[in-house]
Ligand binder design. Structure first.
Ligand code: SAM
Length: 345
């Protein structure tokens, strides 16, 4: 393994193509697992270039599959590449790559949703949050069903400066369904502006790097794919606990086309809804007739700051969940989003 600072002139030797690897190890994509592979190494090189300068960097690739992006990362002269893959069928093909890149590729058979990357790389890579980003990068083309929950989990990790962000402001380059990539980067007033836009943009500088047409994947997915680059901000634009921001943002976007006071009102029990919504909007200096997608991150900052004060004045307020109230009145069972938030400041 090259130590930081040494010239790392590694290039992979000639290898079977990804298509041949798929044939050799019988790696047909499993449709139910949304496996779509990138075989064009010019595209995988492009994804990796968008991650920035990887010379002597430590890279964590999520869901390497048959290893197209993996090859491009290895050719980017990294110090070490750690891949976490859930499907055992891909391990032998990855081992072949590991033999072609001695000492550089570490393969873990595991689940990215539970893998603890904060323990995987040397402690010496850790930087202060205010410093430049560390030489640690996350790259991945995961199934869409995994990438969206994962980005929420990682955004919470950014906010807590733990998980992959125990190293500092670790940069991420990830693929999403094109619409999700557009939501992540959408600006105030745009059609795609959503909960995801605020949650990502209050914590990170988010860049929609480029779009890969669905036809570039095998098998071809129904949608195009967006490559998004995230760099955590030194100073988050909202300085409140992640769960509190998530609650305010989620409620605000409850009724996307209605005035924002409608969704924000759902933060409060019905008996005091009108009065408390008025108080929240007045103290936060937010026009109640703006639509949620017209609110800026700084509007959300004011709303979260005032809501936090209101929660401190009324210790039961944060646990209030209007869906639960609705469920009780209808006598129905809890759904996925019905759990009462139980957060202590
Ligand atoms: N990165 C490869 C490429 O671009 O060709 C494969 C992409 S395929 C869309 C997603 C890959 O992620 C598959 O290899 C799949 O087995 C793997 N995967 C899915 N869920 C995972 C999880 N929770 N943890 C680790 N790997 C996962």
């Amino acid at each position: 393994m090259a130590s930081p600072g040494t010239l790392n002139a590694f290039r992979l030797p000639p290898l079977p193509t990804i298509r041949e690897i798929i044939k050799l190890f019988k790696l047909q994509a499993v449709k139910q697992l949304s496996q779509n592979f990138l075989l064009d190494l010019r595209l995988t090189d492009k994804i990796v270039r968008k991650a920035g300068n990887l010379t002597n960097a430590y890279v964590y690739e999520v869901g390497p599959g048959p290893g197209g992006i993996t090859r491009s990362i290895l050719n980017a002269r990294v110090a070490e590449l750690l891949v976490v893959e859930k499907d055992t069928r891909f391990i032998p093909g990855l081992q072949m790559l590991s033999e072609a890149a001695p000492g550089k590729l570490r393969i873990v058979h595991g689940d990215v949703l539970t893998y603890k990357i904060e323990k995987a790389f040397p402690e010496s890579l850790k930087r202060q949050w205010e410093d430049d980003p560390p030489d640690v990068h996350i790259i991945g083309n995961l199934p869409f069903s995994v990438s969206t929950p994962l980005i929420f989990k990682w955004l919470e990790n950014v906010s807590c400066r733990n998980g992959p962000f125990a190293y500092g402001r670790t940069q991420m380059t990830l693929t999403f369904q094109k619409e999700v990539a557009e939501r992540l980067t959408a600006s105030k007033g745009s059609k795609q502006r959503s909960r995801l836009s605020i949650m990502a943009q209050y914590l990170c500088h988010v860049r929609n790097s480029f779009t890969i047409p669905g036809r570039a994947f095998v098998p071809k997915p129904k949608v195009d794919v967006g490559v998004v680059h995230f760099t955590p901000l030194v100073q988050p634009k909202i300085e409140q606990p992640f769960k509190l921001v998530e609650k305010v943002v989620q409620n605000a976007f409850q009724f996307r086309r209605k005035y924002c006071h409608r969704g924000l009102g759902m933060l409060f029990p019905e008996a005091q809804r009108l009065e408390n919504t008025g108080k929240l909007l007045k103290l936060a200096d937010v026009d109640p007739t703006l639509r949620p997608y017209q609110l800026s991150v700084s509007h959300f900052k004011s709303l979260c700051d005032v809501y936090r004060k209101m929660c401190e004045e009324d210790p039961l307020l944060f646990a209030y969940n209007f869906r639960e109230e609705l469920r009780h009145s209808k006598g129905t069972k809890p759904g996925k989003e019905d759990k009462t938030e139980n957060y202590r400041f």
